[in-house]
Design a protein around this ligand. Structure first.
Ligand code: AVJ
Length: 352
């Protein structure tokens, strides 16, 4: 792995940790992986995450949070999904970004602190850093492994940009004030990929309001959100001919087996993706193919034939409905870009 260039002097993890307010319950961990620093927020501890996973399985209907999709196998399958012919969101958003990059960048402040929410490998950020003349890049992700990868990639490519990773679970309230420098660099929050769709509209509103609270007058939000469209297009995107999304969905049972000592047999469940037009969401389920009893740790959970486990909601918005949500969250001066079919929406929003 390429070491950071010599003139890039990253803040030591300990220095950053001390700049954090203990009341906010941030704790800087000595970065065993070396510079640049990774700050670990109060990520819910593993035990309580697993307790919630277990509790969800005993509910009616049973549910598994989509955050459990993304083990190594799940991440590989998700990457494969993004290459599928039927899965249009990734490439549609990329095409909008490529086509309108200059126009979008002109709506963003120069010299920004670029905050990538759910940065993954960081690849979606890189094409923006030069056009906006970013000074800092803050990758926010639940996975320190992803942060390590994105920070290595970024520092190698952009020696003049300061890189910071923040490991946090932003299904919990965002508290990035202490890692964001105050003036003079305005913050740009970047939330691509329609990841906001995994939140209910009420939860999305909470997250957007919290982003809004992090922005000074010059700050902006750049966000991508998937559009409502014909049912057959949506359902094909979540139930592809090759069965990659089915494998992605079923893989969560292997995660559950490993994490909870359960004995789900993926062969005994079927993938199902349905568009629920009233709720405005794609729903992914795992449907029991037969009556069966599954062991979960020391307990047992019976599933009827046809009983469903809810694994993911992916909410879809129209340009109008998402504009309304942004306004509700305290944003205004909305700018909107879309593809010719209006399948995917990109917004730049400023504090109202
Ligand atoms: C990562 C939440 C944007 O909802 O489209 C893809 C996840 N699930 N195929 C989405 C997903 C099934 C994806 N997001």
């Amino acid at each position: 792995m390429k070491p950071p260039p010599p003139h890039h002097v990253p803040a030591p993890a300990s220095a950053l940790a001390h700049s954090l307010d203990p009341e906010l319950n941030f704790r800087g961990e000595p970065a065993p992986w070396g510079p640049p620093s990774i700050v670990v927020d109060a990520v819910e501890d593993r035990a309580s995450q697993l307790a919630a996973l277990r509790a969800g399985l005993f509910e009616h209907p049973a549910q598994i949070s989509p955050k459990f999709f993304y083990d190594a196998q799940g991440c590989a399958l998700y990457s494969a999904i993004c290459e599928l012919q039927e899965y249009y969101p990734t490439r549609t958003e990329a095409a909008i970004f490529d086509r309108y990059r200059g126009a979008i960048a002109r709506r963003l402040p120069r010299g920004a602190q670029w905050v990538d929410l759910g940065c993954g490998d960081g690849a979606k950020s890189w094409p923006w850093l030069e056009p906006v003349g970013a000074r800092r890049w803050l990758g926010v992700d639940i996975s320190p492994q992803w942060l390590r990868i994105s920070l290595d990639a970024g520092t190698g490519r952009f020696p003049d940009v300061e890189f910071v990773g923040v490991a946090t679970d932003f299904t919990k309230p965002l508290r990035l004030q202490r890692v964001l420098r105050r003036s003079p660099a305005p913050a740009v929050f970047f939330y691509p990929g329609s990841s906001i769709g995994n939140f209910t509209p009420a939860e999305a509103l909470v997250l957007l309001r919290s982003v809004r609270e992090h922005l000074g007058a010059d700050g902006r939000l750049l966000i991508g959100v998937d559009g409502v469209k014909e049912r057959h297009v949506l359902e094909a995107a979540y139930d592809d001919a090759l069965g990659v999304t089915a494998a992605f969905n079923l893989n969560v049972l292997r995660v559950v087996n490993r994490e909870l000592g359960a004995d789900f047999d993926p062969r005994r469940f079927a993938h199902r993706a349905v568009f629920n037009p009233h709720a405005g969401r794609i729903e992914m389920h795992l449907v029991s193919r037969e009556a069966q009893t599954v062991r979960i740790g020391h307990d047992e959970r019976h599933f009827d034939d046809g009983e469903a486990v809810v694994t993911e909601y992916s909410y879809k918005y129209t340009a109008q409905s998402f504009s309304a949500l942004l306004r509700d969250a305290g944003f205004g001066a909305l700018q909107h870009w879309s593809d010719d079919r209006e399948w995917f929406h990109v917004f730049v929003a400023a504090p109202a």
